[in-house]
Design a protein around this ligand. Structure first.
Ligand code: HEM
Length: 680
């Protein structure tokens, strides 16, 4: 047994005082040291600011849920989700997409760098490799050795100088279809009833585009049996395309798998039977050295998709816009421009023709005028096409960081071009750099960038075909054009862009000449504007409340407990409040065409039946009141219908989609009556 030494009570008091004083001394020393350190840090910060020493940060990671990261949020809200991320997390942010991290660059100078950097820094091939393998079944080991050859053969085939014949074919086929002179014309063309304008245009663009590039033999006598069957399988393939490109297993998309298998079988038979011989696609396959026969059908499928995916959407959005009553003046201007060009061509032909020249065909001078305007970047129709593509294009451009990247909006090497400097980085006074690891997938979203005021000025979201071309840097990254980033940039920019611009212009002109497109008005006013913004605390709390009120408290609280509020917000998009499927109000709503406020139906006081016993006079009085009420009601209804009829606007786009045709998010109905000679 140990005996503890006894401590006298007065000693205890001394020990306590000693310990207390020691603590005070230690705290004072720590305080002094901390002060010295923070003073030094402050001095260092001041020196860094004076020397403009850069701040290095990783690209902020948007919070998400385990495993799926931000997949659900992105799938639910598409480009709106990206806009909200950019507003909240800044110009550079990283999404976790299941097995892959993707860093989005939204700063104009970084976008320029994205397209301009050499392959040793930012590379294209590995980024699209996995994607083309997944959706088109093009195995990288056999396709990628010939990728550059395909690209240069296609570029060579579709250079502006070689597009005259193809453009003429587009115009003749477009006319034939609309006049019911083509085997592809379907019965609904002549239908006087309103029809879905997007479906009509999509089918028309498909028939014309496929016949021009893949040949009439394939379209009409191919192994698919009918044009309708081919188109139907293609649109199933296109609609499932985005999901198929994602990491989700294809087994979840049985219809898409079936459509792809059918398309590949048909293309393979047609290829073996020589149905593409002598067509632009046939020439491309022939001109591509080293292309193995077994992957030719897959490559043809990739071309089929690329040639349709954006063209159908662009044609629809421009045709729908020009059909709006509020666009009557522009429509007139376009037709006047066409008439003037046609008159000029006819005059020149007359001067140059001799008696032995063959007489021109019926539409010859009209087609020549359309092609001439489509070739002329300054013509109104060409500017309208570029502006439509700028506002409507939805694709996401992807690349991979070939080595560690250090990117900054403040880097003087990146700072040229027509856009301004982001104000907050200028205010901080020190350049901010983002460090992006090698192997990271990089992405640019043109839909969002094209609404960035730093790139296109304060009217970025509005339709303005008279705007100046976007000049990105010294012009080596992206073509100077109103269409901006729509066709991608750098060495991998779209090889079909010259053809696409001409095709859309010619198709829209043909439609304007042949059909009177009358849009069916919408019964609701224009969409809520597309915005990129942070939620205010009140909004988020009211949204949280509304989600709870839907009886999801349990799962909501569980998710909140597991992943935090940020996790469920950015992982599942649970409390994000974006107006989905909306165009910017400024650009797409037309003042004066909203219905007047519909007043609530007034409750009229009517005499009680009991009061009627006061005699015929009283009854008469009541009947008169009822008649007046009825008349009032009728007028009111008529007024409302009249007002409703005035809501002519573009349909809301489906913003959930990230690639491919940007489809309308609601049906856009129209009648397509043939135009009479007098109208023309
Ligand atoms: C409005 C219409 C069109 C738009 C907006 C568009 C847009 C694009 C974009 C953004 C890219 C990716 C470029 C990059 O990552 O830098 C691309 C690639 C491509 N486009 Fe287009 N395109 C259109 C029409 C066409 C047409 C009509 C064709 C064919 C005739 C075509 C063929 C291709 C091909 C083959 C590629 C892949 C190039 C490669 O593998 O490197 N496109 N397009």
């Amino acid at each position: 047994m140990t005996v503890l030494p006894r401590v006298a009570p007065q000693n205890v008091v001394y020990y306590v005082i000693f310990a207390f004083l020691s603590l005070i001394i230690i705290a004072t020393v720590i305080g002094i040291v901390q002060n010295v350190i923070s003073d030094r840090k402050l001095e260092q910060k001041k020196r860094d600011i004076a020397q403009k020493k850069p701040v290095l940060n990783p690209a902020p990671q948007v919070p998400g849920v385990p495993i799926l990261g931000n997949v659900i949020g992105l799938a639910r809200y598409g480009v709106s989700f990206l806009g909200a991320c950019r507003e909240t997390w800044g110009d550079v942010f990283t999404l976790n997409l299941g097995n892959q991290k993707m860093t989005f660059l939204c700063e104009p100078k970084m976008i320029e760098h994205f397209f301009k950097a050499p392959d040793s820094e930012i590379t294209f091939r590995p980024a699209v490799e996995q994607f083309t393998q997944r959706v088109f079944g093009l195995p990288s080991q056999t396709f990628f050795p010939v990728h550059s050859a395909v690209l240069s053969a296609l570029r060579n085939l579709l250079v502006p100088g070689k597009l005259a014949d193809i453009s003429e074919k587009v115009a003749s086929l477009a006319f034939a279809f609309l006049r019911n002179d083509s085997p592809s014309s379907s019965s609904h063309v002549a239908s006087p009833a309103p029809q879905n304008l997007f479906h009509f245009i999509r089918h028309w663009v498909f028939c014309v585009g496929v016949e021009v590039l893949f040949g009439s033999e394939f379209l009409h006598k191919g192994p698919h049996g009918s044009v309708a069957a081919l188109a139907a399988e293609f649109w199933i393939f296109e609609e499932g395309f985005e999901l198929a490109a994602s990491p989700l297993p294809h087994l979840l998309q049985p219809r898409w798998i079936r459509a792809r298998a059918r398309l590949l079988t048909w293309l393979s038979h047609a290829y073996k039977d020589g149905q593409f011989d002598g067509t632009p696609v046939g020439d491309l396959v022939k001109d591509t050295e080293g292309l193995a026969d077994e992957i030719a059908p897959n490559m043809i499928l990739a071309l089929l998709w690329a040639s349709q995916a954006n063209t159908a959407g662009a044609t629809f959005w421009l045709a729908a816009r020009l059909a709006l009553p509020q666009e009557a003046a522009r429509r007139r201007q376009i037709l006047d421009e066409l008439a003037a060009r046609k008159a000029l061509i006819e005059r020149e032909d007359k001067e140059n023709s001799s008696s032995s020249s063959p007489s021109p065909t019926k539409d010859a001078s009209t087609i020549a005028a359309m092609i001439s305007l489509a070739n002329d970047q300054k013509s109104l129709i060409s500017r309208c096409v570029s502006e439509t593509v700028r506002l409507a294009v939805q694709s996401i451009d992807v690349r991979i960081a070939a080595r560690e990247l250090v990117l900054s909006a403040d880097d003087p090497n990146l700072s040229h071009g027509t856009y301004g400097v982001r104000p907050d980085t200028a205010r901080i006074g020190r350049p901010h750099y983002y460090v992006i690891p090698a192997g990271r997938m990089l992405a640019v979203c043109p839909y969002d960038a094209h609404r960035d005021e730093r790139m296109y000025g304060t009217d970025a979201a509005q339709f303005n075909p008279d705007r100046a071309d976007l000049k990105v840097g010294n012009g080596s990254a992206v073509m100077h054009s109103v269409a901006g980033l729509a066709y991608g940039g750098g060495p991998y920019r779209c090889p079909g862009r010259f053809f696409a611009e001409r095709e859309v212009a010619i198709l829209v002109l043909t439609l304007m000449l042949e059909r009177d497109v009358s849009l069916t008005p919408f019964s609701t006013p224009s969409a809520i504007p597309y915005r990129r913004r942070r939620l205010t605390p009140q909004e988020s709390s009211s949204l949280l409340r509304s989600i709870k009120s839907l009886g999801k408290e349990f799962f909501f609280d569980l998710g909140k407990g597991l992943w935090g509020i940020s996790g469920i917000r950015w992982g599942l998009g649970a409390t994000l409040h974006f107006p989905l499927g909306a165009w910017p109000a400024a650009g797409h709503a037309f003042a004066g065409h909203y219905p007047p406020e519909v007043a609530a139906r007034e409750e009229l006081e009517v005499a009680e039946v009991a009061g009627v016993e006061n005699g015929a006079k009283e009854r008469e009085k009541i009947e008169k009141i009822e008649e007046e009420e009825e008349e009032e009601e009728r007028k009111k209804r008529q007024g409302q219908e009249q007002a409703t009829r005035k809501i002519y606007r573009l349909p809301r786009p489906e913003l959930r989609k990230l690639v491919g045709v940007k489809v309308p998010g609601e049906a856009c109905m129209a009648t397509l009556a043939p135009r009479t000679k007098k109208d023309k």
